[in-house]
Design a protein around this ligand. Structure first.
Ligand code: NAP
Length: 270
């Protein structure tokens, strides 16, 4: 990690904190993304499935920032597998966003959401080959996956040319995914921490609150800092400006003892 950025194995840099946009309806996405840009975020995470790409793109375009200074991630829908299907979905995404390239494009999940766990290896390989082509053609600066387990990634390593640059996974205090983290590190795959606040469910946890008080930060700031301390890239989401601002102010250090205490916590979502 260079200051403020993670670096992919192809040397493309990605700002080390991104603005999440899941569950922000298209009508609200314009204001939310504008607030994020205003407060210094230069990395926005969206997906075709979020149905807000249009206003995410419009907010970026209308803001006083050049395209190359904003890092945009989008995702191939979980149910869309195959070479041609991937090309079509990618074209839909860049047309929605109104851009001519993406910074990062991810396979949203190894399986359609309603068939979680089912083997879609062949479909993922075909999608990955399409993404390799788009990458080689300069349409995407980095390609990656999301919700992929070790075996899902291994299938791409065994059958394709390009090692994914990122894996975006649920990662928060209590859900550390150690084995997957180690595997990604071994293959120089940057781990992006989605739901760093456990979609809000960790914010009222008493242990988290107590530790946050100790550092004079909010629970959200402690949880976001935790991801960075674990070498993962947090993607907090909020539609409130005070929170958007706060979530980016995470320039403090968690002591080794406190880090260990957080690492020992149970998953609040179990
Ligand atoms: N690849 C995938 O499959 C996948 C899956 C899930 C998420 N993601 C990505 O990760 C992003 C974040 O995950 P997430 O949306 O699950 O949630 P999250 O960032 O863990 O938590 C968001 C929730 O916490 C609240 N919140 C945010 N900051 C706060 C603060 N400082 N104080 C108090 N409350 C605060 C938000 O409320 P308000 O909005 O009302 O402020 C919202 O209810 C997503 O938006 C998406 O980009 C990816």
């Amino acid at each position: 990690m260079t200051k403020g950025n993670f670096v992919f194995h192809n040397n493309v840099e990605i700002p080390n904190l991104g603005f999440g946009t899941w569950q922000i309806p298209n009508e609200e996405a314009y204001d939310a993304v504008t607030m994020a840009l205003k407060n210094g975020y230069t990395h926005i995470d969206t997906a075709l499935a979020y149905k807000n790409e249009e206003n995410v793109g419009k907010a970026i375009k209308d803001f006083d920032i050049s395209r190359e200074d904003v890092f945009i991630t989008s995702k191939l829908p979980a149910q869309t597998k195959g070479y041609d299907e991937t090309m079509d979905a990618f074209n839909e995404t860049i047309s929605n966003l109104g851009v001519d390239y993406l910074d990062l494009y991810l396979i949203h999940a190894p399986w359609p959401w309603d068939e979680k766990g089912k083997d879609y290896t062949e479909g993922n390989i075909q999608s990955w080959k399409a993404m390799e082509k788009l990458y080689n053609d300069g349409k995407i600066r980095a390609i990656g996956v999301s919700n992929f387990e070790i075996s899902d990634i291994q299938a791409l390593l065994d059958n394709c040319d390009i090692v994914p640059m990122a894996n975006q996974i649920p990662f928060y205090v209590g859900r550390d995914q150690e084995e997957l983290l180690t595997f990604c590190k071994q293959h120089e795959i940057v781990v992006e921490a989605y739901s760093p606040l456990a979609t809000g469910q960790l914010l009222d946890n008493q242990d988290v609150k107590d530790m946050a008080d100790k550092y004079s930060v909010t629970p959200a700031q402690l949880l976001i800092r935790y991801c960075l301390e674990r070498d993962t890239l947090p993607l907090p989401k909020s539609t409130h400006e005070e929170r958007i601002k706060q979530n980016k102010q995470v320039d403090f250090e968690i002591s080794q003892d406190d880090l260990k205490q957080l690492m020992d916590m149970e998953d609040v979502r179990k």
